[in-house]
Design a protein around this ligand. Structure first.
Ligand code: SAM
Length: 342
């Protein structure tokens, strides 16, 4: 039986490029076959706004649509059709992760199903929590071998990931690319919570920018360095990684930046003062990520947290990732005009 789905329709010549963008940005709806409509191809997508955002940046001509799609054969079925109650899971390299549910029997059944559906998956874990300052996932092995080190492909880049020692979220792929598009050649960029280097290395692939990636977790910095080296041949920008506490960064380095990425959504707001002291003279932008409930007044909270003596404008919050039924991660652009040398 066919399935009605939101979709995106593109010229045949752009189909391969669009498929890569949708896959890397986690916007492709799995289990449904692309469809030919006259001289165009339609892909079923999971989120219309995410798709629009990804494709607007790519320069490809596209149309958002709604149509019926044929399902792939059994091995590509959506998990929810096989195991009711478990709808989605993340794939990081050759590891799959399901969000924890109390029913261990259900999780184990889902894990077996995932391995059957994706022969390249070597381990399936349930994630129970994200812990501590380093934001490390707490995982229970459900099926396969206990391996947490893997290589993950994102936006044409390769990343060493170690789920036991450093944070990584494949759902940020589209956001890494979106921010990279907002950086210009020659920019001085600070990636204040770089983790394994996702934003920094995506930016360096697109732009001749000078980028500093900072993280408090030494092992994340070790992986970020390795990730820089395995991708070096295709990078245009210059990246340096540094282990440091970003709350003290303004006391440690003399560098100034015109773009600052603050992607530590549970804590970012507390680091705004340090970020202010690291801005170049002139116009600068801070990309701030916050975890908030749907009804909270994010703008008031942010405006109240900015203590720098510069004029600033806070943009509209943009939802990046749904975290739970009531909480989401939002990105807010803060544009600052630095009039005095900090
Ligand atoms: C959400 S993760 C960052 C993800 C990363 N930006 C990416 O795109 O993959 C938050 C990171 O902040 C780091 N962190 C936490 N407190 C910090 C601090 N005071 N200074 C620098 N990094 C910190 C954690 O180690 C973690 O890697």
């Amino acid at each position: 039986m066919d399935v009605i789905s939101n979709c995106v329709c593109v010229n045949k010549k752009d189909a391969k490029k669009v498929l890569d963008i949708l896959k890397n940005g986690n916007a492709l709806r799995s289990g449904l076959k692309p469809k030919r409509i006259e001289d165009k191809i339609a892909f079923a997508v999971s989120q219309v706004e995410l798709t629009r955002g990804l494709l607007e940046k790519s320069g490809v001509t596209f149309e958002i649509c709604k149509d019926s799609f044929e399902k792939y054969k059994y091995s590509f079925k959506r998990l929810s059709e096989v195991i009711p109650g478990i709808s989605s899971y993340l794939i990081i390299g050759d590891i799959a992760i399901i969000n924890y549910k109390k029913d261990m029997g259900l999780l184990k059944k889902a894990a077996r199903q995932i391995m059957e559906m994706n022969p390249r998956i070597k381990a399936v874990y349930a994630k129970t929590a994200t812990l501590g300052e380093f934001r490390i996932p707490e995982l229970i092995l459900l099926e396969g071998e206990d391996k947490r080190l893997t290589i993950h492909k994102e936006n044409g880049l390769r990343f060493y990931i170690d789920l036991a020692k450093a944070y990584f979220n494949p759902r940020l792929a589209g956001e890494h690319m979106r921010i990279a598009d907002l950086i210009d050649d020659g920019d001085s960029v600070l990636d204040m919570f770089t983790g394994i280097g996702g934003f920094s290395i995506n930016i360096a692939k697109k732009r001749k920018a000078n980028i500093l990636g900072v993280d408090i977790n030494p092992y994340a910095i070790y992986l970020a360095e390795r990730n820089y080296h395995i991708n070096k041949k295709i990078l245009k920008g210059d990246v340096t990684f540094m282990r440091a506490d970003s709350s003290r960064l303004d006391k440690i380095i003399a560098n100034k930046f015109n773009k600052i990425i603050m992607n530590n959504p549970t804590m970012s707001i507390n680091y705004l003062s340090s970020a202010c002291n690291l801005l170049e003279k002139g116009k600068s932008t801070i990309f701030l990520y916050v975890l908030e409930s749907k009804n909270s007044n994010i703008l008031n909270k942010i405006r109240g947290s900015i203590k720098c003596p510069y004029s600033f404008e806070v943009g509209k919050p943009r939802k990046v990732i749904e975290y739970s039924p009531s909480m989401s991660i939002y990105e807010i652009d803060i544009v600052m005009w630095v009039t005095i040398s900090p």
